[in-house]
Design a protein around this ligand. Structure first.
Ligand SMILES: *Cc1c(COP(=O)(O)O)cnc(C)c1O
Length: 361
């Protein structure tokens, strides 16, 4: 067996001990004589897996008891619609910050349900920084303020949490959830697709303050209605049981790593190593994001000579460094270094980048 260091942005690498445990339990989960994939979601065994996953997530993230945790389907993109459908609460306008391709998509979808007030946008400068909070055109009557703490495609990340006072704050945390501790009570609602830093594709986690639940627009599809999900413990219909189980194994792995505070230290150090390799390359490699807004999770960079790109990717793969191709919108290189990327993988990439530069610089 020959596992590579997998820098995919999503679906992304999973911690190897999690895959090994899943492999070990694949045919016979804890003496039940069947795989988790083959169990009824309403049976006692799966119910205990589901409950344990939620309990572990609540512990890791410090989720207060007045927040509900929903295990939904449809990916993070489905929440671009579900959020306005559930959170408008009789209002007609919502605030959005546009800092990259994902927030832009969220805005596009929300426009089908309400007036979107874009409080700030960095589109004109190609999404390379986060706009200063003081300049945002916030509407105190907005139903909520939506932002994307980490923009996965361009690797630009908020170094602060916006303070919205009375307007609920909504965050698409798909590519930064579980990368460091956060204070949940600053948020009205958080959502995150599983396939970056949680587990395999198929789930989107929603963490919502309970006073925001139960006000959906009439016409909201049953499966997008947070109240229906809450009342049915996220099992109104068959959930993606295997993804749920694997996510639970990831939460247990996070606990064994010392929790989010400990992962944050490693994540910051991994990112610093990579950015410093880029910045010290005297322009051979280049990352356009203003340094204080650089993502810990997604590190895109360009080669000064674009003709070297394919060679870089081919040689990297031969060295066991996979999935480094940049997003199809952007080209270039992108290294996604979520929790499951060991620091050794980043060290190997940095070593490869120096070596490649020496040979081609
Ligand atoms: C990947 C991603 C999405 C889209 O997720 P899907 O599960 O494919 O719908 C949305 N927002 C952010 C920030 C992402 O990284």
């Amino acid at each position: 067996m020959n596992r590579v260091f997998n820098f995919s942005a999503g679906p992304a690498a999973l911690p190897q001990p999690v895959l090994e445990q899943a492999q070990h339990e694949m045919l016979d989960w804890q003496g039940r004589g069947m795989s988790v994939m083959e169990m009824s979601h309403r049976g006692e065994a799966f119910m205990s897996i589901a409950a344990q996953a939620e309990a572990d997530l609540r512990e890791i993230m410090g989720i207060p008891s007045n927040y509900k945790v929903l295990f939904m389907q449809g990916g993070a993109s489905s929440q671009f619609a579900a959020v306005p459908m559930n959170l408008l609460r009789g209002k007609h306008t919502a605030d959005y910050v546009e800092t990259g391709d994902w927030s832009s998509k969220a805005i596009h979808e929300a426009k089908r349900y309400c007036d979107v007030n874009v409080v700030a946008s960095t589109k004109a400068s190609h999404y390379t920084h986060i706009p200063a909070f003081i300049d945002w055109d916030l509407n105190p009557r907005a139903a909520y303020l939506h932002y994307t703490p980490n923009e996965t495609i361009r690797g630009v990340e908020f170094p602060f949490v916006p303070e919205t006072k009375t307007v609920p704050l909504v965050a698409d945390m798909s590519s930064t959830i579980l990368s460091r501790p956060i204070n949940i009570s600053q948020f009205g609602l958080i959502y995150a697709g599983a396939q970056k830093n949680i587990g395999p594709a198929g789930l989107v986690l929603v963490i919502a303050r309970d006073d925001l639940i139960g006000h959906s627009l009439s016409g909201t599809p049953t499966l997008y209605d947070y109240k229906v999900l809450v009342d049915n413990k996220s099992m109104y219909n068959t959930p993606p049981t295997y993804t749920w189980y694997l996510s639970g194994l990831v939460f247990q792995w996070i606990k064994r790593q010392g929790g989010l505070a400990s992962l944050a230290i490693t994540n910051e150090r991994k990112a610093k190593k990579l950015y410093s390799a880029i910045d010290m390359s005297q322009g051979f490699y280049r990352n356009p994001v203003t340094p204080q807004y650089r993502s810990w999770m997604n590190v895109p960079f360009m080669l000064a000579d674009k003709r070297h790109e394919t060679l870089f990717l081919d040689e990297a793969l031969a060295a066991g460094l996979a999935n480094l191709k940049g997003h199809r919108f952007l080209g270039g290189i992108r290294a996604s270094i979520y929790n499951a990327m060991p620091e050794m993988g980043v060290d190997a990439l940095v070593y490869f980048m120096r070596d490649f530069m020496q040979r081609h610089g």
